[in-house]
Design a protein around this ligand. Structure first.
Ligand code: GN1
Ligand code: MG
Length: 371
């Protein structure tokens, strides 16, 4: 962090009701969209740590509504944990820190939207899952999160990004990107575009099921990738679900699908050695077990029946978003190397092939843990 960035962070800190004086801060790299800093304040000799985070308001068009969602959801989860007599509640649910003016955000002189959370100690995230125990923890944590919110009416939350997982609309956008091919990149992605074309028949299955009322709209997380769950550094237990910007009305299947995408292969999201990319059944088994232990009670038969399919569809949806962004000149997902979004897409598409190969075994596992 350079000195201008540091000065700015100090300024930001003064706008929030953080106790003590600024000691130090550094940028922590998570996510493709927002900037996140960890900062330590000296509070009468005791360190007090917080997260200061920007929100990309190009992506999230109603940031105030988003923060209202976040506060409503975290308060609801916290209340549930307290009623259940659970220990270590401050480590299990995010706590937003209000600004000096009582709102939960601050807009700086440059127009940046900031919010602050209390730092959760003694936990870490992983970009790629390492073993089935972690997959179990992730499945259980997101299942518990959904379960804790099952009695919060979805109508109380705004859609922070409308049609976020609407695969047909994402698909249409890909078609437009191919048609204009502004950056002359479609020839690099010929194979991927053919593959995307071949999956046209499945694109609308979940939105159609929702429209017919076969699967209910609930409060869901919508960005359940493995690095959005914090595991205890010592015990490995999943403590806290983070990145709540997309918590909004959705389908549980979007959440489960994104868990399958990110928590069943010991490879990074942008793995370039595609031979290494495989849906690993022991990971999937643990993921399903953890998820159904926590969520099995409230899921309907139709939701359970679509779990495996959702893994395929959400992996596809995110895959075509990477592909579209590649064609559109990397406007959305931050890239760190040339063709990065194409690499990300390739990894997703390879995983879909592996899911297709192992579909029957996956279905059998869902069946086993549904009983
Ligand atoms: C984005 O910012 P981050 O990394 O939490 C994206 C998700 C994608 C994910 C892919 C608001 O999440 O939808 O699945 O990248 N979030 C948004 O890594 O678009
Ligand atoms: Mg996110």
């Amino acid at each position: 962090m350079n000195s201008a960035e540091r000065e700015n962070l100090i300024q930001i800190g003064t706008k929030f009701q953080v106790p003590g004086t600024f000691h130090d801060g550094h940028r922590i790299k998570i996510g493709h969209i927002n900037e996140t800093y960890a900062a330590t304040y000296d509070c009468y000799g005791t360190p007090f740590r917080v997260i200061h985070q920007t929100l990309n308001t190009q992506v999230f068009r109603d940031p105030e509504g988003l923060m209202r969602n976040v506060v409503k959801v975290t308060e609801h989860v916290r209340r549930g944990l307290a009623e259940g007599g659970v220990d270590q509640i401050p480590r299990r649910v995010l706590q937003a820190v209000p600004a000096r003016d009582g709102r939960f955000y601050h807009i700086d002189t440059a127009g940046q939207f900031w919010r602050t959370f209390i730092f959760v100690d003694g936990v870490r995230s992983y970009d790629a899952v390492e073993n089935p125990g972690q997959a179990y923890q992730a499945g259980r944590a997101f299942g518990q999160f959904q379960s804790a919110l099952a009695d919060l009416p979805a109508s109380e939350l705004i859609a922070t990004i409308p049609d976020f997982h609407h695969t047909p609309k994402r698909y249409e956008r890909l078609r437009q990107a191919v048609a204009s091919d502004e950056f002359r990149r479609s020839k690099m992605a010929r194979k991927e575009l053919d593959f995307a074309e071949s999956l046209a028949p499945i694109v609308s299955l979940l939105v159609d099921a929702e429209a017919r009322g076969e699967v209910p709209t609930r409060v869901t997380h919508n960005d359940t990738k493995f690095n959005n769950v914090l595991l205890d550094e010592e015990t490995g237990e999943a403590m806290c679900v983070v990145d709540l910007d997309t918590v909004m009305p959705g389908l549980v299947l979007y959440d489960f699908g994104d868990m399958v995408r990110t928590t069943t292969s010991r490879t990074a999201e942008d793995e370039q050695f595609l031979d290494r990319v495989e849906l690993e059944l022991p990971m999937f088994e643990s993921l399903v077990k953890g998820y159904l232990e926590a969520a099995g009670k409230f899921l309907t038969p139709a939701e359970k029946r679509l779990l495996v399919f959702s893994g395929k569809l959400i992996t596809f949806t995110i895959g075509i978003r990477f592909l579209t962004d590649y064609l559109e000149g990397d406007q959305y997902f931050r890239i760190h190397r040339e063709h990065h979004n194409l690499d990300r897409c390739r990894k997703q598409f390879r995983l879909i092939q592996s899911i297709t190969e192992k579909q029957d075994e996956m279905e059998a596992l869902v069946e086993r843990y549904s009983r």
